[in-house]
Design a protein around this ligand. Structure first.
Ligand code: SAM
Length: 332
């Protein structure tokens, strides 16, 4: 194979029953079918997609959906076709926005279930693929690989790193974005600087602890170093480094308030959205946590405590925020 387009013609439109076969209903939520081997534990239904849309919009406003030399890497070049692969693309908002911005580039969104729009832009292809397996793209054929919020989709994130290293062209760009699986306090609110989430937001703290434990014990996801508060950076840069296939590995991070406590009008508004996303996240994780050993009573107690914290004095607890980690790296 010589280009990423070579196997595109092998793809077939899913039939209605094939699309349906990708899902199973539990409680009143939809999950990936048990035939799918991905460890992913969260629902793939409308309420969960609403949460992901909120987060997508927050990141768009913070200009965190693209970073690094994207414009440079995707700029038109005589005699060269350009392509982008989005791993675990979900409903495909990132892909669709990028496809409108870069109409000369071909975008491929991969996910284990068929939740992306069936009427994409002309330069977009959505396909069913488990990113735990090698993709159909040939070596050194892709200009940009994007992977956002994919942590629970594979047991070992190195699979993602290795595949990006294989399919990226020399000079190609890898972009990763992951929400830190814990809450932190902002240093911008001096009176609570250095405060511990376990003391001041015990409900949220308990929730994230439970998620981390369940990821490790139930799903067998490698969590060491990723799901810890320190060091500040996750291990993604280290793993990229260890392949020897990347250069200019640059981590960034940003904070988003949980609640509308921020004096900054933008962060105040985004914090309000993030509050909604946070409640939806806890609700989406219900089945996962119950099936990992938490009792109904423990879940309800944690949920009540976390929502009280999120809505404390209508604003949420001042200073409490989520952290979003980004990494950019160029293929050597
Ligand atoms: C948290 S969502 C992130 C979606 C999107 N990247 C975003 O940022 O909005 C995780 C997505 O990964 C998909 N997924 C789970 N396991 C997968 C796998 N092994 N391969 C491909 N997609 C997977 C799920 O169906 C879901 O759409």
């Amino acid at each position: 194979m010589s280009s990423s387009e070579d196997t595109l013609s092998d793809l077939q439109e899913l039939t209605r029953s094939e699309r349906r076969a990708g899902f199973v209903e539990r409680g009143n939520r939809l999950y990936q079918a048990p035939t799918i081997t991905s460890p992913y534990p969260l629902p793939v239904d409308t309420p969960e997609n609403e949460r992901l849309t909120i987060l997508h919009n927050v990141l768009t406003e913070l200009r965190a959906n693209t970073f690094g030399p994207v414009a440079d890497v995707l700029s038109p070049q005589e005699g060269q076709s350009k392509s982008v692969v989005d791993l675990a693309c979900g409903i495909g908002e990132w892909v669709m926005e990028m496809a409108r911005e870069y109409p000369h580039v071909t975008f491929h969104g991969l996910d284990v279930v068929s939740i992306a729009t069936r009427e994409p832009e002309a330069n977009v292809y959505f396909e069913i693929h488990d990113i735990g397996d090698q993709t159909r793209f040939s070596d050194a054929s892709v200009d940009l690989v994007h992977a956002r919020s994919v942590f629970m989709t594979v047991r070992d994130y190195n699979v993602v790193v290795q595949e990006a290293a294989r399919i990226l062209k020399p000079g190609g760009l890898f972009l990763s974005g992951e929400w830190g699986p814990f809450v932190s306090f902002t240093p911008d609110v001096p009176e609570i600087e250095g405060e511990n989430p376990d003391v001041h937001v015990p409900g949220l703290y308990r929730f994230y602890q439970a998620i981390r434990t369940a990821c490790k014990d139930k799903l067998g996801i490698v969590t060491e170093g990723i799901f810890t508060i320190k060091p500040v950076w996750s291990r993604i840069p280290e793993w990229l480094e260890s392949t020897g296939a990347f250069k200019d590995i640059t981590p960034h991070h940003l904070y988003v308030p949980i609640g509308d406590w921020s004096p900054d009008p933008t962060y105040n508004r985004l914090g309000n959205f993030n509050r909604t996303a946070m409640v939806k996240f806890i609700e989406s994780a219900r089945d996962f946590l119950l099936s990992s050993g938490m009792t109904e009573a423990e879940f309800e107690d944690m949920y009540t405590q976390a929502t009280v914290e999120i809505n404390h004095n209508r604003t949420g607890i001042p200073g409490v925020r989520s952290i979003y980690y980004m990494v950019e790296a160029r293929k050597t």
